[in-house]
Design a protein around this ligand. Structure first.
Ligand code: ATP
Ligand code: MG
Length: 557
């Protein structure tokens, strides 16, 4: 279950004050995704914050779909959002849609008109833009700005009745065309769109704009603290203006926090959609994607994602988090609880010449080196084993503590072997090694007069399981794939971000691995079964390596 920690941050301090002062009795938050894609780890920050606060303060958090755009709400995205929120360990108190409030929002708009605080404008869109002014120049009033309430009511009614074409009129809030904050220069609050809406059908041909909809939906729902990312800071005066000038049932407060940014990836649904549509990735849940579904498929645990967000924390400072922080969070989460197993990714046959033909022994080994309660299992060992090709070098440097001609190495959980022969095929490739084992080195004993440092893993040939193993690296080669604006960001994709090894050999116990179990393949990393697995043909995803080797391989990152 979810950690019962209450991480302090500036938002929780505000809430504490609001509860202490009696301003609020209950805390109400909302998570407001637009159902136009799958959730990514940036959304996990917002989920962690909004649902986490509601849970800790015994308040409420609504999952509210921001469906103000009358584009087809994709049921695939809605389902994925709900699955992802639940996977992260949270439950909403209610599901709502911004479109549930279209009737009420219309009434609010009429209220503004009646108060002389909104007007219907017939300026074409490009003129509205031109009249808006710039950061250094004030805007200009539209000729329609001083139209009477009666005219505005009539015009707004015509907009709603479908008498006008898209773009012919808009409804604007009447605020201040010379405000230093451009968002306050009579923003558009309703536009005409003759487009069927997924939920409201053809009932409406006028649709409210995001800024108008969002804060007023908060007020309708009784949201106390409306938490959003920093880019909305400049919209807060407008948020408050709507709340203060309309007779709303409650007074929510918008508080901004910094977005989560991660290096070596992109994190906007628009760009992630492009990756999916161009087939650069296998789908939204490609294990290289920064989506919740990608992380889930890769084998990340919900606890590791929450832990990561908790470590990053909630601040008002924008920064970019190193992918290593996320990887370390999952390593720390998995290490104490993950059973060990042996898997050889690039098999090379090793024949133990002095091991009896047709004999096999069963070696009892611990499932976890530090946690005896995780039990033991048996590894079979016989004359023919597989070791990893990378654990052999024909002409090794002095510091190579693995196998080479005439060299010794310990087979993990077994004994020391000395390599006696290297067998090649006609093409000159090494296809097999021969060795002798030293019976006196069982149970960790060292051979007489010397110390064998290297330990390598192995799998018994006769009952090894054939498997595919997928190794993942950063999806992008560049820390910031968007840095060069003149280049398509997809050009920065790391061509080695997926390496699929199809001829891997696993110890026999992995033949009936539970799909919910994560494993540490000793020396290779943490692994999780991929849904591409078929009976007798498992596919394992590497969640993460055992240590951060990226820094070493890429010293210039
Ligand atoms: P995107 O650009 O990826 O589509 P968005 O902000 O448009 O992101 P929404 O579906 O509108 O996506 O977002 C739902 C909520 O998640 C919003 O409150 C938004 O602020 C928050 N959110 C989105 N991305 C991040 C991020 N990187 N870090 C923190 N919160 C985020
Ligand atoms: Mg969006």
């Amino acid at each position: 279950m979810i950690e019962n920690t209450k991480p302090s941050n500036f938002i929780r301090q505000i809430i504490d004050q609001d509860l202490a002062s009696g301003k609020h009795q209950t805390v109400v938050t909302r998570f407001p995704p637009e159902p136009n894609g799958y959730l990514h780890i940036g959304h996990a920050k917002s989920i962690w914050l909004n649902f986490g606060i509601a849970r800790d303060y015994k308040g409420r958090c609504t999952l509210r779909y921001d469906d103000t755009n009358p584009v087809k709400e994709d049921l695939e995205f809605v389902k994925a959002i709900e699955q992802d929120v639940r996977w992260l360990g949270y439950e909403w108190s209610a599901i709502a849609h911004a479109s549930d409030y279209f009737d009420q929002l219309y009434v609010f708009a009429v209220e503004l008109i009646n108060k002389g605080l909104a007007y219907v404008d017939s300026l074409p869109a490009e003129m509205i833009r031109e009249y808006r002014g710039t950061l250094t120049e004030p805007g200009k009033n539209s000729p329609d700005r001083e139209n009477s309430v009666a005219v505005n009511l009539e015009e707004f009614e015509r907009m709603k009745a479908g008498e006008l074409e898209d773009g012919e009129r808009v409804l604007r809030a009447k605020i201040d065309m010379s405000s230093p904050n451009i968002n306050m220069r009579d923003p558009v609050i309703y536009r005409i769109r003759h487009h069927e809406h997924q939920r409201t059908g053809n009932k409406w041909c006028v649709y409210p704009m995001y800024d108008f909809t969002h804060g007023l939906s908060d007020a309708i729902e009784g949201v106390t603290h409306s938490l959003c990312t920093l880019e909305f800071e400049d919209h807060r005066p407008l948020y408050d203006w709507f709340i203060n000038n309309i007779d709303v049932p409650s007074t929510p407060r918008q508080i901004e926090f910094s977005r989560l940014n991660l290096n070596y990836t992109v994190m906007s649904k628009r760009l992630l959609t492009q990756l999916v549509e161009s087939h650069e990735v296998s789908g939204w849940d490609d294990p290289r994607m920064p989506t919740i579904s990608g992380l889930r498929r890769r084998g990340f645990t919900p606890a590791s994602v929450r832990k990561f967000i908790g470590q990053v924390g909630i601040t008002k400072k924008d920064n970019v988090i190193d992918m290593v922080v996320l990887e370390n969070a999952v390593r720390e989460d998995l290490d104490p609880v993950t059973p060990r197993a042996m898997a050889v990714l690039k098999p090379l046959k090793l024949v133990i010449e002095n091991y009896p033909e047709d004999e096999a022994e069963q070696i009892e080994v611990a499932n976890h080196p530090k946690n005896a309660s995780m039990g033991t299992r048996y590894l079979s060992l016989s004359k023919e084993l597989y070791i990893d090709h990378d654990d052999f070098m024909e002409d090794p440097p002095a510091k190579f503590f693995r196998l080479g001609p005439g060299r010794e190495v310990r087979l993990r959980n077994a004994f020391v072997v000395v390599c006696t022969d290297v067998i090649r095929n006609d093409a000159g490739q090494i296809i097999e090694l021969r060795c002798q084992y030293l019976p006196e080195t069982r149970n960790g004993q060292q051979p007489e007069g010397r110390k064998v440092k290297g330990i390598i893993h192995w799998v018994n040939c006769s009952d090894a399981i054939d498997a595919e193993v997928r190794l993942y690296d950063r999806l992008f080669q560049d820390a910031n794939p968007l840095a060069d604006r003149s280049r398509d960001f997809q050009k920065a994709i790391n061509p080695d971000s997926l390496v699929a090894l199809k001829d891997c050999k696993l110890e026999s116990s992995l033949g009936n691995a539970d799909p919910a179990t994560r494993f540490q393949f000793e020396r290779v990393g943490y692994f999780f079964l991929d849904p591409d697995s078929r009976s007798g043909a498992p596919v394992f995803n590497r969640i993460v390596t055992l240590r951060d080797s990226w820094a070493k391989i890429n010293p210039n990152r």
